[in-house]
Every structure is written in structure tokens, then in C-alpha cells.
Write a protein that binds this ligand. Sequence first.
Ligand code: ASP
Ligand code: MG
Length: 466
Amino acid sequence: MKFGGTSVKDAGRIRGMIDIVGSEDLSQGLVVVCSAMKGVTDDLIRAAHDAAAGLDAYTEVFDAIRLRHHKAVFDLLPEESANTTWAGIESQLLELQEILHGVYLIRECSLRTQDLVMSFGERLNNQVCAAYACTKNMKATYVDARLLIVTDDAYGNGMVDFTESYQRISRYFEQLWAGGSKNQLAFVAGFIAATKDGITTTLGRNGSDYSASILGAGLNVQDIEIWTDVDGVLSCDPRLVKQAFVIDDLSVEEAMEMSYFGAEVLHPYTMIPAVEKNIPLWIKNTMNPAVRGTKIAKECGQSRHDVTGLAVVKDVALINVVGGGMIGTRGTASRIFAALLKAGTNVIMISQASSEHSISIVVKKNEANHAVTVLRHELTSAIQGRLIQAVELVPALDIVSIIGASMKGKPGVSGRLFTALGNSRINILAIAQGSSEMNISCVIEAKDREQALNSIHQAFFPEAHA
Ligand code: ASP
Ligand code: MG
């Protein structure tokens, strides 16, 4: 079970989390992975940056972090246990204070040091959680994930050594659960890891989901539950479409498509360790634990609908490279993409009609101007030779996508999509469908976003709008 920062942000939420954990059958072997309290990772980064900039303000940030943990400890634990737990936490906070002071003195914070600073968030919080579980009659242990998850030294974004990590994970838990009794509940700090030499690293921001997936895979668990603040993966952003509903079952591919296209599911790579071991992932709500949630699994029942969900990527721009000279010419696309690489632009969507008269590239709004400048520069000779007439920029756009494994090979799905948009008089600027037939994406004007999503949602899920 993995609990995100919001679900363990203070004493009240930690109590709620432990209630959920306590309602499980703890004899089967349960590993809990918690994030830092919400905001603590950001605060730690801020403290490190302030210190590196020589700003005394870092001590205030540190004091606030200290106070939050002090409050949680003394709020949650009976006096005696609070005192012992706090003594342990306090000595680690002292270490953090010294590290920050060191950063302040040398006016420099490398990514390696920043990883060490950030690691305190998860470490402290999981110790608090484990201590509290013990007062609730659970046999709980805090486990330092740096003993279990091994990465390279790409600080800030360590690349996991799976072979080594899986070995360490199984060895560790074989010992913890020696004799076959698995009732030792483990609280493992999310997000953090270490190099082979034991230097602290992190798995990248929001890495705790990944930690849970790696630990689950290393232990070949039955299920991995990701506990958040929503009832599951929704058919669409509920802030935009109020009839959005929880999707019961998602295939891994669908979940990946949904997250590529902006839905707040799991980051695609976090799912991979679980997927490789065929372990289902559940998205569950700490505020509403009775609700089933969404199950993400390799094989999932055929969805009831042709379309599983809608996603939107906001704030994009379209770059149209137009030119009669591109027709039947080799290498134009390659030159365009080489130029975009040079510009450091991430391409979100591509579409080229078979007339080959234009290639449309969708990029993030804030990367668009630079991309166009570089494109015009790199394509100068083609522009001068009239092979390319123009590199145009269309700003203020969104991509809306329908996603679903069941639309594969099913005629009429795109027809319904375009009819829905057409009936709402929404103009489509570009369309793309991958040959996996798992999604169809349309570029529309940002001002049409809400109208577009609502009409599409209604067209594919009429009963939710009845
Ligand atoms: N605490 C880390 C972060 O905020 C990791 C996580 O919450 O998953 O990025
Ligand atoms: Mg988080």
C-alpha cells in the first residue's frame, strides 16, 4: 500500500491511514510505502536553495519542517512513546540542520546533496507512521529504502538496478518474515534509494509510486494499492465535466495512454515493474476507503464502452510546416525533427496527411516560439528554394483524446467523435490516431476545451448524462 503526501500530511491523516492499514489482514505480509508529508519535499528543496544562496531564511523553513513533525509525533503518540520517537527524529533533524548549514557555508548545493536533503522527508514521516502503528497494536518496523533500492548515481533521478534491488528486497523480507510469519508490518520510505556505495539518491519527483511498484515487484505481491485523494481513475477531469465517473477497470495500455494524455493516473514508468510481474495496481481513495477504486491490470475485462476515458493536454501550440516541395521528397520530416531536437522541443503529436503538403507538429505552448525560430533557421535553404512555403504557428490550443482498448477495429468510433464536435460547432485543427487504435486525438482551440470534452463525454457515455 502506498500513501501519497496528502494522505499522510498531518496527525489526522496519519490516523486515517493507519485505520485503513489496520483493517487489512496483517498476517499475510503487508508493506506500506509513505511519502513525505505534503509540501515537505518542496520545503526541503527550498531550504537547500536558500542556504546555497546564503539566505538565512533557510532556518525558518527548517524550523517549520521540524515543527510539523513535532506536532505529529506528540499529537499521535502517548507521552512515553512520543519522547523516544522524538529523540530519534530530533537527532536526524540535527543532522539535516548541519547539512543545511554546510550548504550555507559553502554556498553550493549539488544534486547529490539535494537528494540527501530531500530524503529526510520520507525517512522522518515513515518513522512517525511506524511508531504510531506500534501504539495501535501492530508489529510495525520502519525500513530505510536505501537498503533495498539501488540506483546509479544520476542524482535527482536515479536509474534503478532491478537485479540488485530485487535481490536485496527479497533477502530483507525473508529475514523480516523469517519462519513464515508475515505479521511484521513494514513502513518503507518512498522516493529514496542509494547507489551501490550507499550514497543517498532519489527516484525523481513523485517517485513514491515507483518505490511501491519496485517493492511490490521485488516481493511478487498479490496487489499494489496506490492510495490517493480520488475514488479512482476518472473518465474525464471532473473539474471540466461534472458527469465524470470512476473507471472500474483499465488495461495497462489504457492507463498509460491516459497518463500520457494528461490524466492524473500514474506516471507510465512507475507501472512498469508491476506490469512486468503481472501485478495489478489499484488506485484507491484514503478519504473514501470503502469505494472499490480502479484496477489497472494487464488483462482487463472488455470495457462496457467503446471508449474508456477522455484526456486533455492543455496549453499546446501547433506548428505547421507547409510546402508543395515536400511532396514525394525524401528527408523533409527527418530535417524537421532534427531541427526540433536541436531546439530541445518535445513533440507531443504529429500528423501528416498523405498529400504530404504539410506536417503538423504539436508542442507545449511555452516551447513553441523557440521551436519555430529554430525550424525557420534550420530550414532556410528549403524555404529559399520554395520547397517549404511557411512554418506557421497556431497558438492557444488543446489536445482532446478519446482512449480505449475496445475501439480497436470498431468502425464508427471516430465518426461519433467528430459528430459530437461538429454538433457543438467546434473546429478541429489536426487529428492523429496511432495504429494501435488505442486513442484518437484532436487539436482544438483552447477556448473550446470544456464544450468539447462535455459533448464527447456525452456522446460516448450517454447514461452518465441522463
Ligand atoms: N515526496 C516526494 C515528492 O514530493 C515523492 C512523492 O511524494 O512521491 O516528490
Ligand atoms: Mg507526492
